[in-house]
Design a protein around this ligand. Structure first.
Ligand code: NDP
Ligand code: OXD
Length: 306
């Protein structure tokens, strides 16, 4: 069995060594143009040429959870596309989102500003029940985020495509319940995959439905959010702020107005990083399952887009 590794922006040597250790009977190779055909591919942001040269691939294993960019390429018709499920990202995402929610709720930025002045001002404690959190996307990451927010006793609800039962979380599903979900939320966390249905989903109309003083946390993909609509709703005061980890263009260009809006906190697509060792172990397990003809966890529905 041959596995080709083609991950743009990734230092390949530790991945190749890890994959060789995890799959000792396989031939693991760094892809070069013109390379001999492989059975499986481990990829991130591969060039179209990679797939054009490898139409025989049986499995395409992404080293991330989101496959939106991958699905834009012409892929081998019969290959199964598999994404990482969790692989250490869920706890990171929960950490990041809870930090953003708590930082906003506890007004920690105001205390940071006081520190600059070397003088404390006293802020009346806020009522947790005034900060219901809505999580868009109740998949591997969204469910973990919702569960951890519940531990902090926030009122949490979630929205997904299909109906879900989640302990302690009020759930909504489908387009018909989107407005009710938004109206019940003051803090909005986006953990949807980027698909034709979710592109631009955070826009003037949807964000206006959040409760006044709304707060937006986008940790999924930049193209979910209409940038100008967010800026307009921050200026109008309907939204109090935003924490953004993902952008339409990454890295965020220096001239982008987000840099100059003090109500926005920015990070460089770092909320949940791919952890190499855990990911290699998971991908090796998935390749093994595919080779044995067993169901492969994390297999993507190419039609649905996630
Ligand atoms: P999953 O596929 O496990 O979950 C996706 C969730 O979104 C599911 O609950 C699904 O509903 C829901 N959903 C999909 N389409 C719709 C729709 N049209 N309407 C309503 N709900 C919808 O994904 P993950 O939780 O693993 O990851 C989510 C995203 O997070 C990734 O696609 C990626 O873009 C992003 N990500 C960002 C990272 C970062 O560092 N910033 C790191 C990792 C991931 P249902 O359950 O009914 O199918
Ligand atoms: C992912 C990401 O999708 O890092 O895994 O964004």
């Amino acid at each position: 069995m041959k596995v080709s590794f083609c991950c743009t922006g990734t230092h390949p040597e530790p991945w190749l060594a890890g994959l060789r250790a995890a799959l000792p009977l396989a031939q693991i190779e760094l892809w070069q143009p013109g390379a001999a055909p492989a059975d499986h591919a481990v990829v991130w942001a591969p060039p179209q040429q990679f797939f054009d040269e490898q139409p025989q691939l049986k499995g395409v294993f992404a080293i991330g959870a989101g496959v939106d960019a991958l699905l834009k390429l012409r892929l081998p018709a019969h290959a199964i596309v598999v994404r990482l499920d969790d692989a250490g990202m869920a706890v990171q995402m929960a950490e990041y989102v809870c930090h953003a929610v708590i930082r906003h709720f506890r007004e920690l930025d105001r205390y940071a500003a006081d520190m600059q002045q070397r003088e404390w001002t006293v802020h009346k404690p806020r009522d947790r029940s005034d900060f219901p959190v809505g999580v868009m996307g109740l998949g591997v990451l969204g469910q973990r985020v919702a569960q951890v927010l519940r531990q902090f006793e926030f009122s949490v609800h979630g929205w997904s495509r299909s109906p879900k039962l989640l302990e302690g979380v009020r759930t909504f599903s489908g387009p018909a319940q989107l407005d009710a979900f938004l109206a019940a939320s003051r803090v909005l966390v986006n953990l949807l995959p980027l698909t034709a249905d979710t592109h631009d989903i955070l826009n003037r109309a949807t964000l206006s439905r959040l409760q006044p003083g709304g707060y937006v946390i986008n940790v999924a993909r930049g193209a979910h959010l209409v940038d100008e609509d967010l800026l307009m709703l921050l200026d109008s005061g309907h939204l109090a702020g935003a924490t953004l980890d993902v952008f339409r263009t990454e890295p965020l260009p220096p001239a982008h107005p987000f840099w100059r809006q003090p109500k926005i906190t920015l990070t460089p697509h770092t909320s949940a990083r791919t952890l190499r060792e855990t990911s290699i172990a998971q991908i090796a397990g998935k390749i093994g399952a595919l080779e044995r003809g067993e169901p492969v966890p994390g297999a993507v529905d190419r039609e649905r887009g996630y």
